[in-house]
Design a protein around this ligand. Structure first.
Ligand code: ADP
Length: 365
């Protein structure tokens, strides 16, 4: 089998498997070496799947869907271990329907995940591409967050067909309403905050709970609303420490027994600083405790929503590749899964839902 990149187009288009960067609209029809039929360019017989960046509950469900849907459609699916790092070292194995049995309910990813600085260089990406082509892989599905999807786009720019599946508990991919893992992380956060509230009420104490979210406060805002926190600190909204003290004073004056602040890790007012500041005020009258939920939010069995979302998006990704599409991100909006150009999906910064933020503040009174 030969690959023919965009700049080679025109030569032997009838006897080689060709693809172009630039999306489905520009695909041509051509004949495979073996097989008598003419097929649309980009039709794949062998695709690879990898998970990359931070893990998110539901990644396994997405891998399972890719493998089972791919297999059912006659496509061989190759699993790449340890994300882009595994592409560079050629860690690939064929996955069949049985190898993805019993993983649906587990958090993490059976393929493993990693961060690969080498892949960020063009030299690294060319090495990865060579490994894919050598193994006869004709398309790649990347399951991961913002960085992983940017990496997928770079691979597409070298002429290799890629489709992205959004998976990140931060929910910082504006092109999709929700990413795989967010719902599970939110439920885990709420369970933890409910427990913290019990002890906070008993001791009449302030608690600061830090959740993940470097650039995007989605998890903090939603957890704050769903768990009934008194305040939320988001990367997108500046909050002065004096404003927290004012709220805390007023809340205690209204007879509240506790004061719960949910802080996104990326908020300008840092959770550690706030804890120390409050504890040093008024001879300890505002003593505060800090709980960092951190990686706890990444683990655990995915919720039904995440399993279904991951299954639908995994299946949609296979279909996108089979149709000869590249540089697309499969997305979720309302009750539908769809797809959009990767860079368009990542392009805008995730903005906070201000009406919801105001509602959360109103409910906290
Ligand atoms: P996440 O996908 O969870 O956001 P990272 O931002 O750490 O995680 O990205 C995961 C990996 O994706 C990086 O280690 C790197 O190999 C690759 N990557 C990230 N950004 C780029 C980029 N701009 N170009 C190429 N590869 C990238």
């Amino acid at each position: 089998m030969r690959f023919c990149f965009a700049h080679d187009q025109g030569m032997e288009a009838r006897n080689v498997l060709c693809y172009r960067s630039g999306g489905a609209k520009r695909f041509q029809w051509c004949r495979r070496e073996r097989g008598p039929v003419w097929r649309r360019l980009g039709f794949v017989d062998r695709m690879a799947v990898l998970t990359s960046g931070g893990d998110a509950p539901g990644m396994n469900a997405a891998i399972r869907a890719v493998v089972r849907v791919g297999t059912a459609l006659g496509v061989e699916v190759v699993g790449v271990s340890m994300g882009y790092a595994g592409l560079l070292t050629g860690q690939m194995r064929v996955l069949d329907a049985r190898t993805v049995g019993g993983i649906l309910q587990h958090g993490g990813t059976i393929l493993g995940t990693a961060r690969s600085p080498e892949f960020e260089s063009e030299e690294g990406r060319r090495k990865a591409l060579e490994n894919l082509v050598t193994r006869g892989v004709e398309g790649l599905i990347v399951i991961g967050g913002d960085g992983s999807l940017r990496g997928a786009h770079e691979l597409h720019k070298l002429g290799f067909p890629v489709v992205g599946v959004p998976a990140t508990i931060d929910n910082d991919i504006p092109g999709t309403q929700i990413a795989i893992g967010v719902d599970t992380a939110l439920n885990t956060a709420i369970e933890a905050i409910d427990r913290i509230k019990d002890t906070a009420s008993s001791h009449h104490r302030a608690f600061i709970v830090e959740v993940m979210g470097r650039h995007c406060g989605y998890l903090a805002l939603m957890a704050g609303m769903a768990a009934g926190a008194e305040m939320v600190l988001l990367p997108e909204v500046e909050t002065r420490v004096e404003a927290v003290v004012d709220e805390l004073t007023r809340a205690y004056a209204r007879g509240k027994l506790h004061f719960i602040v949910i802080a996104a890790e990326g908020s300008a007012l840092k959770a550690h600083y706030l804890r120390d500041y409050l504890s040093e005020l008024e001879d300890g009258a505002f003593e505060a405790r800090l709980t960092v939920l951190g990686h706890v939010l990444r683990g655990g069995s995915p919720t039904a929503f995440d399993r279904i979302l991951a299954t639908r998006l995994g299946a949609a990704a296979v279909e996108e590749l089979r149709q000869g599409n590249s540089d697309r991100l499969v997305t979720y909006g309302g009750s539908k899964s769809n797809s959009v150009d990767i860079m368009k999906a990542l392009g805008d910064r995730c903005g906070v839902d201000m009406p919801l933020y105001r509602l959360a503040n109103m409910l906290a009174k």
